[in-house]
Design a protein around this ligand. Structure first.
Ligand SMILES: NC(=O)c1ccc[n+]([C@@H]2O[C@H](COP(=O)([O-])OP(=O)(O)OC[C@H]3O[C@@H](n4cnc5c(N)ncnc54)[C@H](O)[C@@H]3O)[C@@H](O)[C@H]2O)c1
Length: 401
């Protein structure tokens, strides 16, 4: 049996199964038997490789459910370009309703060339923003872990990349992506202007800071808050509030770093970081940078969480239209997103660990999709990779081939 992945994923919030959560939509929820826990999961395959990778993750969840005495009811709904084609909007009301009434939501990916020229409100990406807003998921957790089996996939030197295990906690529903005023106008010379507003209220900073401190506390107890407090007022408030919240977490070591330095340090010495917390735009950029340290976009999961209600779990990659429908996609990021769903969304720690271990075991047995393949290893497609993960999950099948 493979050793467990050292992702340090731990639940941050009480989950519905551990609180007095009252189902809002009884008609589509599973009826829980006294012996097994039942969960309602909305699946949003989306576009491009989304349906291929979601199919693999769904199979993994189904198998783990049967082995761990859990029950899942899945509801597959259209989202993104697929929803535009079907209904004319990127996030149909029915899809949002199903997501809101779920215990957790698993998304593949959205987007594609076909919809690139659509007006903004008719773009697949708009549907994703609407979904995040609808679910009020303000905290985006993105682990970047360099697995020993894939250390050569990193573009950084082996000695810099190996052992990297960090988590970026990004504020997801505030800051410059949502701040007002925004728009286009002209200046006094008639020249065109485009403008946006970076704005944070104290409560928005406090709640993401608490998520980050909780996350750091369950990892290695180190939190680095990234801002631009030497220039931006919104960052000055960010630093002040994060420092105030730190008094609630005396066991966590807090440091601050300017974003330009953080971007450098991530490629110079990424092992210095444990947990990073930052605003929406810096988090967008730094989490992509951190993910590339691992060298494998097809391996990285994410979780987006709110104060209550279902979390949204998705791979960090997009719909990869260049390889869609060719059975070339790496499904492991989505399988690991399903593991985050189990751990963060449902509190099913053991089931999550079993999936993480199965991913590691599959890699140990030498199976690789094209994006992570190197000489001497077994090149497989998306479906075969999924089959191999199922074999690794199922303890009745020997781990070694
Ligand atoms: N959350 C999302 O759904 C999301 C995120 C990013 C981009 N997008 C959308 O996806 C579309 C394509 O965007 P992009 O090309 O910039 O990013 P992308 O992540 O889709 O692809 C970038 C590169 O990585 C490869 N790749 C991505 N995922 C892979 C996987 N699982 N296995 C193997 N290779 C993989 C692709 O083939 C491509 O070469 C766009 O429409 C974009 O808006 C969606």
């Amino acid at each position: 049996m493979a050793a467990s992945l050292q992702f340090n994923f731990k639940p941050v919030f009480p989950t519905k199964s551990s609180t007095n959560y009252a189902p809002k939509f009884n008609t589509i929820r599973c009826s829980a038997s006294p012996t097994s826990k039942s969960y309602f999961i909305t699946l949003l395959p989306g576009d491009g490789i989304g349906p291929e990778v979601i199919s693999v993750a769904k199979n993994a969840l189904q198998l783990i459910a049967s082995l761990e005495g859990i029950k899942f009811k899945f509801n597959e709904m259209p989202m993104g370009g697929a929803a535009l084609d079907l209904t004319g909007v990127p996030l149909p009301e029915e899809t949002l309703l199903s997501a809101e009434q779920s215990d957790a939501v698993l998304l593949g990916a959205i987007g594609g060339y076909k919809w690139d020229k659509n007006e903004k409100h008719l773009k697949p990406e708009t549907g994703l923003l609407q979904l995040r807003e609808g679910l009020k998921v303000f905290a985006n957790l993105r682990p970047a872990t360099v697995l020993p089996q894939l250390v050569d996939a990193s573009t950084l030197k082996k000695e810099v990349a190996e052992g990297v295990d960090l988590m970026v906690v990004r504020e997801l529903t505030g800051g410059i992506y949502f701040g007002k005023p925004r728009g286009f106008s002209t200046n006094e010379n008639g020249e065109e202007l485009g403008f946006n507003t970076e704005v944070y209220a104290a409560h928005e900073i406090d709640r993401i800071a608490r998520v980050a401190f909780e996350t750091a506390r369950k990892r290695h107890g180190k939190l680095c808050s990234v801002d631009k407090a030497n220039v931006l007022e919104a960052s000055m408030l960010w630093r002040k509030r994060v420092s105030m919240i730190a008094s609630e977490y005396p066991d966590v070591e807090l440091s601050h770093m300017y974003v330009d330095n953080a971007a450098m340090q991530l490629v110079r010495n990424p092992k210095q970081f444990d947990t990073i917390v930052t605003n929406n735009i810096f988090g967008d950029i730094l989490s992509d940078e951190a993910s590339m340290i691992t060298g494998s976009i097809g391996m990285l999961p994410s979780a987006s969480l709110g104060e209550s209600g279902p979390g949204l779990f998705e791979p960090i990659h997009g719909s990869a239209p260049d390889i869609a429908g060719q059975d070339k996609a790496n499904p492991l990021a989505t399988v690991l997103s399903a593991a985050m769903l189990l751990k963060y969304g449902l509190g099913e720690e053991k089931a999550a660990q079993r999936i993480e271990a199965a991913v590691l075991d599959t890699l140990n047995r030498g199976f690789r999709t094209g994006d992570i393949h190197s000489a001497g290893l077994n090149l497989v497609g998306c479906k075969e990779m999924g089959e191999q993960v199922l074999k690794s999950i199922d303890s009745t099948v020997p781990a070694a081939v």
